[in-house]
Design a protein. Structure first.
Length: 301
């Protein structure tokens, strides 16, 4: 009986540890919505310095590019419902596998920082904008992707014309790694993350570095000079709703719109898709009526 009791206690600990890992970022479920439609989506690859990017594409090849950036862990398939949405087919829809995720391969060691993601994606975004109608390009980003996008705006000026941020972190004071993020660094939990096959170890590495990444750009928010819309669920259990307050304060110099939605949480990107698309259309109208950028440049670093 003693042996059997010990067995069940150990099994319970492992189950608890695995459950905690499912909460270990900005987020697990963010990237796990699969593309279960009958017809596959078209994809292509782009070779950039340090990364071979994989992109899913839909919509009109001649439309304004809308780049969709997923959370952690995750992949481009998270946005499959947007790629197939009939109301968006006039745009050139481009859902990326972030560097190191999905089928996007980083050459060399994976650097789990916002700075690295910005550097690896920035030049491609600038090239895309340079080839787009009137050099206009928009970004729709969720969770970790929405945490990354302001840095893209800061470090690659002129390349993104507007951004819609869903459930993203921004305030370093609210981005302290949680106890389960630190637990995931310690055996036996760290072993689970390594063998899960779900990218949990890599995701946890990203989450541990969010706070320092946000601190690096604490004084750079005035470098953002394009329209931004923020949508945050007030019942978000993974990204503190007060991040929206920080964004509102630090984007006060812009034509920025911050929307807080009661009784909804982190997956607002899917639970309120029609509303998200309506906000996207409003943002697109702002971009379309603004003077075209003179040129889309590369990184300012």
């Amino acid at each position: 009986m003693q042996t059997m009791s010990t067995f069940f206690k150990r099994r319970r600990l492992w189950v608890i540890a695995a459950g905690l890992l499912l909460l270990s970022g900005c987020l697990f479920i963010s990237g796990m919505v699969s593309d279960d439609e009958a017809s596959p989506l078209a994809g292509f690859r782009v070779e950039q310095d340090g990364v071979n990017l994989h992109v899913l594409e839909a919509g009109s090849p001649g439309g304004i590019p809308l780049v969709l950036i997923h959370g952690t862990p995750g992949s481009a398939g998270f946005f499959s419902s947007y790629l197939r949405d009939s109301s968006l087919q006039d745009l050139r829809l481009l859902a990326i596998d972030r560097p190191g995720w999905g089928d996007s391969q980083v050459r060399g060691n994976f650097d789990a920082t916002l700075a690295s993601q910005s550097a690896l994606l920035g030049n491609w975004l600038c090239q895309l904008a340079a080839e787009a109608p009137d050099n206009r390009l928009m970004v729709l980003a969720h969770s970790y992707g929405a945490t990354l996008t302001p840095r893209l705006l800061m470090e690659h000026p002129g390349c993104i014309s507007a951004a819609l941020l869903l459930a993203g972190a921004a305030d370093p004071a609210l981005a302290e790694p949680r106890w389960y993020n630190r637990l995931a660094q310690v055996p036996p939990v760290s072993w689970l993350t390594a063998v899960s096959g779900l990218g949990l170890r890599r995701s946890n590495q990203e989450m541990l570095r969010v706070k320092s990444g946000l601190e690096e750009v604490r004084d750079d928010w005035d470098r953002i000079d394009v329209p931004v819309t923020v949508i945050q669920g007030e019942d978000d259990m993974l990204v503190h709703p007060d991040h929206a307050d920080y964004l509102e304060q630090n984007l006060a110099h812009l034509p920025a719109r911050v929307v807080r939605i009661e009784d909804d949480g982190h997956m607002i990107v899917h639970s309120r898709r029609e509303y998200v698309i309506s906000e996207l259309r409003s943002l697109l109208g702002t971009v379309s009526s603004a003077p075209a950028p003179v040129a889309a440049g590369g990184s300012s670093n």
